[in-house]
Design a protein around this ligand. Sequence first.
Ligand code: HEM
Length: 447
Amino acid sequence: MAAAPVTLEVGDVQGLVARGYGTLSAASFLLLGLDDEAAARRWLASVVDAITSGDERPGGRAVNVALTSTGLARLGVADDVLQQFSNEFVHGMTTDHRRRILGDVGDSSPENWDWGGPSTAPVGAALLLYAQDGAELERLLEEHSRLLVAAGVEVQRKLDTSDLDGFEPFGFRDGISQPFVERLSKSGPAGQTVRAGEFVLGYVNEHGHYTDEPLVQDGIGKNGSYLVFRQLEQDVRGFWRFIDSAAPNPAERIRLAAKMVGRWPGGAALALSPDRDDPSLSEANDFGYFHEDPVGVRCPVGAHIRRTNPRDSLDPGPGTDKSLAINRRHRLLRRGREYGQALSADAALTESLAPDEPRGLHFICLNGNIARQFEFVQDTWLNNPKFAGLYDDSDPLVGQSAPYGGTFTMPADGVRSRLTGMPRFVTVRGGAYFFLPGLRALRRLAS
Ligand code: HEM
């Protein structure tokens, strides 16, 4: 039986679910331990009225708060209530099973992480601060530092971000493709519009079910969203050097890198414009793969955007609504921010004597079900060497190297070509699963 539509309580949802705060180009994320229960409550009570909700359109600043399961426990949430949250959230990102499916091995293994791993103190909360410019961010940081000190809560780590004008450190426009969320975002094509329960707990999802009902009845889950945070460091020099070694000239270099991403640096999708970057298509996102490009002559099947969102090419029934319906169960709302300085392809290929400052992506995504959305995308699509009939490929931007991948196949009308021996260009430096509670729930936690 179809569930009756329920009004989405946008005013109770934290703002980050509704928007990525694109006009607030400066941001800092503070990681907090929340070791002391009374101090944690004092702090939360002191910030709760400043938290930005989904029905605000913040002009100059925005504040959101996310909590880990450790943080919820330290705020006094009883174990039986905590256990109603999903298993992956309760046990965290670094269990043996999760490091395997997420590919967190070698240099990326949690033992080496700067935060969120077993070698550092458990993270309890992330205070996400956004501002219209650097000066406003400084003021916001000062105000919040005062509140933290007054409550007696220590900052474990401050994660800075940088504004690269909409481009990620490899040099590609990012943040173009997002799902449309029913009753939350502006409307879009049906195939890309998902039900609110895919991102907000307490509403019907793409399976026609309410997400995590017991949790919602208890109140803490209602209007919340799971937030996945991964600090992904990008080896920009390594990326361009590898491409340079495989490309005879600069134009071919860009073409090869675009094949890996599935979009040109300016943003145009290869599925729409296979031969050149086209500024008029930089934001274009209404396309599929099955009819236009079934074997990937335009956009390789293993390209980053085709793996992370295969659109209409999934079984059963590729090219049909059935395929799109399956795809809608694995969408992510991406809310990441870059860090470090920009480095162009040309500069990346120039020898530098000074050691590089780290740069990368504070990857943040929201979902109603971490296992079915973020983990599925990462494991079954992004890291899978046999994705869509491939053999030992993995995601060319973020995937693993041999023996778990390291090949990138580019189908062509004539002979297909293949890059082999690709190193890993992204190293995980930290991460945790958070929950972004609704505002009423945060008030209850603070009281
Ligand atoms: C440092 C790591 C990463 C970089 C540099 C990167 C870069 C990009 C770029 C340039 C795009 C195209 C712009 C757009 O469509 O918005 C994109 C799209 C996307 N990425 Fe990533 N990405 C990274 C990590 C990830 C991870 C870890 C995931 C998921 C587990 C992911 C999921 C997606 C999704 C879902 C899209 C949109 C695809 C579509 O709808 O067509 N990305 N990424």
